[in-house]
Design a protein around this ligand. Structure first.
Ligand SMILES: Cc1cc2nc3c(=O)[nH]c(=O)nc-3n(C[C@H](O)[C@H](O)[C@H](O)COP(=O)(O)OP(=O)(O)OC[C@H]3O[C@@H](n4cnc5c(N)ncnc54)[C@H](O)[C@@H]3O)c2cc1C
Length: 395
């Protein structure tokens, strides 16, 4: 088996691995990026619905989950969203800003991947695609030997940039967690994040006819709340508000949904009762919410009744049903559709400045494999760029 000496082996030709490779390559390091996929950067291509929400103007540690909430601060401040935007500008990639400071390619995510690949090529980085890692050894003369189906690579620095477990069909694997465990680095149990929630059987029966309806809502649990669109699907609930909350959701926990944020619904119904007492409750509610949604949540005995026959107590009940609607999701759709993995390599074991394992010199972890999970909106890719950049300065 050939023995191929390099300075740095990066496992994972995704967002953080390519960023790390181009930075280290610019420093004159000999880099091989190994990936078991036949093509690099598949999640970059899938990102943002093919337009890649590559960063956000409002990057802040408060938009990340981690058992160590301070860990991400150093990297995010050393390689910022403005640094990445400058790179995008240098490559003349047109972009657009959407809600909440989210920046997307105006044309295609392919441009971001091509930019990274051309930077890597200029920096002399080698890509070894379709390459399966069989075993990793720490040896005396070189700290690491990475045994693959294409031979063994020896290196002084090894970077696990293997991403999370979401979308197995796009190359996701647990290798990064296995490498951590091999070197006695703790891993917080991974779970699916930014993922649609599924419904329990009874709720599914009641809500199955609502598939396709989208409404602005505040979706919350005791720890977080998000006000954005919510989408009913044939399996359950999705849309940005639900995806965001899913990262904070624990199995068995109820969630609360306010379908009419900012409205004093009981007072609105009372006012309508005075102006138009014969109007049916459902016609008033239909001014604010889709008819099918009202029919699913408000019993016909109330919905069909003229307002004049309803008491203030019943107005309050309607308001509670629509504004503090509590339901217990059955679960999540899991890694099949999740955008990210929550949990991962314990940041307490990693230097926040370099991404190097504190007790294993030469071993680095970047991107989603770490226990750092961003909100929806470009935060996860910015974490990949920032953490990859930091490792790229020192490997
Ligand atoms: C559908 C979808 C849309 C998304 N949209 C956005 C968005 O618009 N904005 C945003 O900020 N984030 C988005 N994300 C999240 C974002 O893509 C990831 O957080 C980011 O790509 C993580 O970068 P990474 O380098 O850690 O891992 P990845 O980019 O996932 O790269 C990991 C690489 O490691 C390789 N690999 C894995 N296991 C092995 C192995 N055993 N051997 C060799 N190679 C291996 C994989 O093939 C892959 O190339 C989206 C995710 C998904 C799934």
């Amino acid at each position: 088996m050939p023995n191929l000496p390099t300075d740095v082996v990066i496992i994972g030709a995704g967002a953080s691995g390519l960023m790390c490779a181009m930075q280290a390559g610019r420093r004159g390091r000999r880099i091989v990026v190994v990936d078991h996929a036949k093509t690099p950067g598949r999640k970059i291509l899938m990102s943002g619905g093919g337009r890649c929400n590559f960063t956000n103007r409002e990057i802040d540690a408060a938009h990340y989950l981690s058992h160590n909430p301070h860990f991400c601060k150093s990297a995010l401040s050393r390689y910022t969203q403005w640094d990445f935007i400058e790179l995008v500008n240098q490559h003349r990639i047109a972009y657009v800003e959407r809600d909440h400071g989210q920046l997307f390619c105006a044309d295609s995510a392919r441009q971001i991947l091509d930019m990274l690949l051309s930077e890597c090529a200029q920096a002399g980085v080698s890509l070894s695609l379709d390459t399966r890692v069989k075993k990793i050894e720490a040896s005396m003369d070189h700290p690491f030997a990475v045994h693959t189906n294409r031979g063994a690579f020896t290196c002084h620095s090894l970077v696990a940039a293997t991403g999370g477990l979401s979308i197995p069909g796009a190359g996701a694997s647990p290798l990064g967690y296995e490498i951590a465990r091999q070197f006695a680095i703790p891993v917080h149990p991974p779970r699916a994040g930014l993922v649609p929630l599924t419904l329990q059987a009874t709720d599914k029966t009641i809500l199955s006819g609502l598939s396709g309806i989208a409404v602005e809502a505040v979706v919350s649990n005791p720890r977080q709340c998000f006000r954005e669109n919510m989408l009913f699907t044939h399996r359950g609930l999705s849309g940005p508000a639900v995806l965001q909350l899913s990262s904070y959701w624990q199995p068995g926990e109820p969630i609360t949904i306010d379908l009419l944020p900012d409205m004093d619904l009981a007072a609105v119904l009372k006012a309508h009762q005075q102006r138009n007492p014969q109007r049916k409750t459902k016609s008033v509610l239909a001014a604010f919410l889709p008819k099918r949604l009202v029919a699913a949540l408000i019993p016909p005995a109330i919905a069909e009744r003229p307002l004049q026959h309803l008491s203030h107590q019943q107005f309050r009940q309607i308001a509670t049903q629509l504004q503090q609607w509590t339901l217990k999701p059955g679960g999540t759709e899991g890694y099949r559709t999740a955008e990210v993995t929550v949990g991962g390599v314990d940041c307490d074991a990693i230097s926040s400045k370099t991404m190097q394992a504190r007790r294993v010199p030469g071993l680095f972890f970047t991107g989603e494999v770490l226990d750092v999970t961003g909100w929806l909106g470009g935060y996860n890719l910015q974490w990949a760029w920032s953490s990859g950049w930091c490792a790229g300065q020192v490997v």
